[in-house]
Design a binder for this molecule. Structure first.
Ligand code: FAD
Length: 596
C-alpha cells in the first residue's frame, strides 16, 4: 500500500526562502495583509485534507472506476468520492483563490497551486472534478456577461456546481478548426446546441447538484476553421431566474471511455441534442475566450504531474530503504542483515534522485509561475502586470510539457526501484505510471506545447519574452559569479544560457528557409529550455542552501545534494538535445510515406 506525506517543508522553502512570497504579495493590494503564518496554516490543513480524505480513495477509485446508467445517463463516481467532495465543499476549499465578489476567499493563486499539488499527489482522478471547475470559473470570470457571472460564479466558487470544458469531437482534437457542433440562435437570445463531444473529463458524475459545461460550437454564419468557433455555457440543469434549478437540459452522457489511467474520473462521451446555452464572449471568438480556461488548465496539468512525481518518489524511497538485495559494490553496508538495502546501489539512487530533482525543480518553477499569475491579476502597476503576463505566456508550455514528461520518467523510475513488485498492483506504483501518461496528451499534446513555445512564444516574438527571462539569468550569473562556492552552479547555467541563445537564432534562421524546421526541433528545444529554467531555480536554491548550511538543518544539506545531482546527472542531457535539435528536419522528412 502506498503512503503520502504532504511536502510542507519544501513548499515553505520555495514560498518563503526562495521566492519571498509574502514580500511579493505585500505589493498586491488584495493580498497585502497575508502573512507567512496564514499561508502555512492553509498548507497544513490542505495537506491534511489530501492525505486523510482523498488519498485513501486513490487505489479503490482506480479499481472501481465510474459507472454509467445508460437509461438515465447518470454517472456514479467510485465509492467515497461524493462524500469526500461534500467535505471539500464544506471546508470551503473550492473558494480558496476565488474572487470575494462571488463568495471566494481571495487568497493568492500561489497558495492554491500548493493545495493542488497535494490533492494531485493524493488522488489525481478525484482532483479533476474540482480542478476543471476552476478553469470554468476563470473563463466565465474573464469573459462572462454580468448575468452569467451572477448565475454561475457563486455556485462554482462554493463548489456546489462543477465545470467542464467540452472541446474535443471524434474527428477533431488538436485541430479545433474542424469542429462541427452547431449553435442555433433562439428568439430569446439563447442558443440551441447540437453535436457530439468525446473525452470530456468530469463530464457527468454524482458529486455536485449541477454541471456547468463550457462548449465550443459554430454559429450558422460562422467562417470555416478556427476563426468560426464560439463559446457557450450549457448547464446540465437550466437555472431559473431565482437561481434554483429548473428543467434537465438535453446534454447527455452517452458513454464512458475505458482508459489506461485516472479511472476514478469520468471521461464522458457527450451528446448535445438542442441543449440550451448562452454565448460567452463575442461570436466567433470562442477559442480566445476558451484560452483563459486552457491556460489555467495547462498549468493545472503541470501540477497533476508534480503531484504524481512527489508521491511516487516518497514511496520509492521508503521501499528502497526497506528492501534488501545484494551487497554494495564497495562492501556490506548492513552487515547485520543477509543483504544490503537497495538504496546503497548507485543506480537505485540515481532513479530516486531523478524523481526527487524533478519534484523539487517542478515545485520551484510552478510556484514561481503561480506567483507571476498573482502579479498579473493583482499588481497595481500596469508595466509589472504586463511583464508578469509575458513570463507566464513563455513558461506555461514549459510547465505543461516539461513537468509532465518528467513525471512520466520519474514515475517509471520509481516503479523500477520496486523491481517486479512495481509492476504488481498492490504497491500502487503502476497506477502512478498509468495516471501520469495522460498528462502528456490532454490540454494540447506536449508536441503542441513545444510548437507553441518555439513557434509562437519565441520566434514569432523575435525572442523578446525569452530574452526577458534570460535577463534574470544574466543578472543572477553576474551577482553570483564572483562567489567561489557558487561556481559549480553558475558556470553551467551561464553556459547553457549562451547555448540556448545561439540555438534559438540558428533555428530562427532555418525556419525562414523551411517552416518544417520548427516542427523538427520544437520538442528537443522545449526540453533544453525546460532545463535552463530548472538550472536557474536549482542554482538559486543552492544559494539559499549554502547560506543556511551553518544552521545544521539537514534540509539544506539535502537541498544542496539534490542541486549537485541535478547539475551533474540531469542537466547534461541538454548536450544531446541541442545536437538533435540542430540536426534539422531533413532526416524526418527523407523517407517517402510509401516506405513506412
Ligand atoms: C482521458 C482524457 C481526458 C480528456 N479530457 C478532455 C476534456 O476535458 N475536454 C476536451 O475537450 N478534451 C479532452 N481530452 C481530449 C484531449 O485534449 C485530446 O485527446 C488531445 O487534445 C489530442 O487530440 P486527439 O486525441 O484528437 O489527437 P490528434 O489531434 O489526432 O493528434 C494525434 C497525434 O498527432 C500529433 N499532431 C497533431 N497535430 C500536429 C501538428 N500540427 N504538429 C505535430 N504533431 C501534431 C499530436 O501531437 C498527436 O501525437 C481528453 C482526452 C483524454 C484521453
Amino acid at each position: 500500500m502506498a503512503t503520502y506525506t504532504p511536502p510542507i517543508r519544501d513548499m515553505q522553502f520555495v514560498m518563503h526562502e526562495l521566492l519571498g512570497v509574502t514580500d511579493a504579495l505585500k505589493a498586491m493590494p488584495p493580498h497585502a495583509e497575508i502573512d507567512a503564518d496564514t499561508l502555512n496554516a492553509v498548507l497544513e490543513e490542505g495537506g491534511k485534507f489530501a492525505a486523510e480524505v482523498t488519498f485513501p480513495l486513490n487505489a479503490s477509485g482506480d479499481e472501481q472506476g465510474c459507472t454509467l446508467d445508460k437509461t438515465t445517463h447518470e454517472v456514479t463516481a467510485p465509492k467515497g468520492f461524493k462524500e469526500a467532495y461534500a467535505q471539500y465543499v464544506e471546508g470551503g476549499w473550492p473558494a480558496l483563490s476565488c474572487d470575494p465578489a462571488y463568495g471566494g476567499q481571495g487568497l493568492p493563486i500561489v497558495l492554491n497551486q500548493c493545495l493542488y499539488e497535494m490533492l494531485n499527489s493524493a488522488n489525481q482522478a478525484w482532483t479533476m472534478y474540482p480542478g476543471l471547475t476552476h478553469g470554468a470559473y476563470e473563463a466565465l470570470h474573464t469573459h462572462g456577461t454580468d448575468e452569467q457571472k451572477r448565475t454561475y460564479l457563486p455556485k462554482l466558487t462554493s463548489g456546489h456546481w462543477t465545470g467542464t470544458m467540452c472541446l474535443t469531437e471524434p474527428h477533431c482534437g488538436t485541430d479545433l478548426g474542424l469542429l462541427r457542433s452547431k449553435a442555433e440562435p433562439q428568439a430569446d437570445g439563447s442558443y440551441k446546441i447540437t453535436g457530439s463531444k468525446i473525452f470530456i473529463s468530469s463530464g457527468e458524475h454524482d458529486l455536485a447538484e449541477n454541471i456547468v459545461h463550457l462548449v465550443l460550437a459554430r454559429l450558422p454564419d460562422a467562417p470555416q476553421g478556427s476563426k468560426g468557433i464560439s463559446l457557450f455555457v450549457v448547464p446540465k440543469f437550466l437555472v431559473q431566474p431565482d437561481g434554483s434549478l429548473g428543467a434537465r437540459n438535453p446534454i447527455w452522457c452517452t458513454g464512458l471511455e475505458h482508459k489506461m489511467g485516472i479511472h476514478g474520473n469520468a471521461t464522458a462521451q457527450i451528446s448535445l441534442d438542442g441543449a440550451v446555452g448562452t454565448l460567452v464572449g463575442e461570436p466567433h471568438k470562442g477559442l480566445a475566450a476558451m484560452f483563459v480556461m486552457m491556460n489555467a488548465a495547462r498549468l493545472g496539468v503541470g501540477m497533476q504531474s508534480l503531484g504524481l512525481t512527489e508521491v511516487a518518489y516518497q514511496n520509492a524511497v521508503a521501499y528502497a530503504k526497506d528492501r534488501i538485495q545484494m551487497r554494495s559494490l564497495s562492501g556490506p553496508k548492513a552487515p547485520d542483515k543477509p543483504a544490503d538495502p537497495i538504496i546503497v546501489h548507485p543506480d537505485v539512487r540515481k532513479m530516486l534522485l531523478t524523481a526527487r530533482a524533478y519534484a523539487e525543480g517542478g515545485r520551484a518553477l510552478s510556484l514561481y509561475c503561480a506567483l507571476l499569475i498573482d502579479r498579473e491579476l493583482s499588481h497595481p502597476d500596469e508595466a509589472v502586470r504586463r511583464d508578469a503576463a509575458d513570463q507566464v505566456a513563455l513558461l506555461t508550455p514549459i510547465v505543461k510539457a516539461f513537468l509532465t514528461d518528467n513525471a512520466w520518467l520519474a514515475t517509471s523510475h520509481c516503479l523500477q526501484v520496486y523491481g517486479g513488485h512495481g509492476y504488481i498492483r498492490e504497491w500502487g506504483m503502476e497506477q502512478y505510471v498509468r495516471d501520469a501518461r495522460i498528462n502528456m496528451i490532454y490540454e494540447g499534446t506536449n508536441t503542441i506545447q513545444s510548437l507553441d513555445l518555439l513557434g509562437r512564444k519565441v520566434l514569432a516574438d523575435n525572442g523578446a519574452k525569452l530574452k526577458k527571462f534570460g535577463q534574470l539569468i544574466v543578472d543572477f550569473v553576474e551577482e553570483e559569479g564572483v562567489v567561489e562556492a557558487m561556481q559549480e552552479f553558475v558556470n553551467p547555467l551561464a553556459d547553457l544560457g549562451d547555448k540556448v541563445t545561439k540555438l534559438t537564432s540558428e533555428l530562427g534562421m532555418k525556419a525562414f528557409g523551411n517552416a518544417d524546421e520548427v516542427g523538427g526541433a520544437a520538442v528537443d528545444y522545449l526540453r533544453v529550455v525546460g532545463h535552463l529554467v530548472f538550472a536557474y531555480f536549482f542554482a538559486r536554491s543552492a544559494k539559499v542552501a549554502l547560506e543556511k548550511q551553518g544552521t545544521g538543518d539537514p534540509f539544506y544539506t539535502a537541498k544542496l545534494a539534490t542541486a549537485r545531482f541535478y547539475f551533474a546527472k540531469l542537466l547534461p542531457e541538454t548536450a544531446s538535445l541541442i545536437r538533435t535539435a540542430r540536426s534539422g528536419v531533413q532526416p524526418l522528412l527523407a523517407m517517402d510515406e510509401a516506405l513506412f
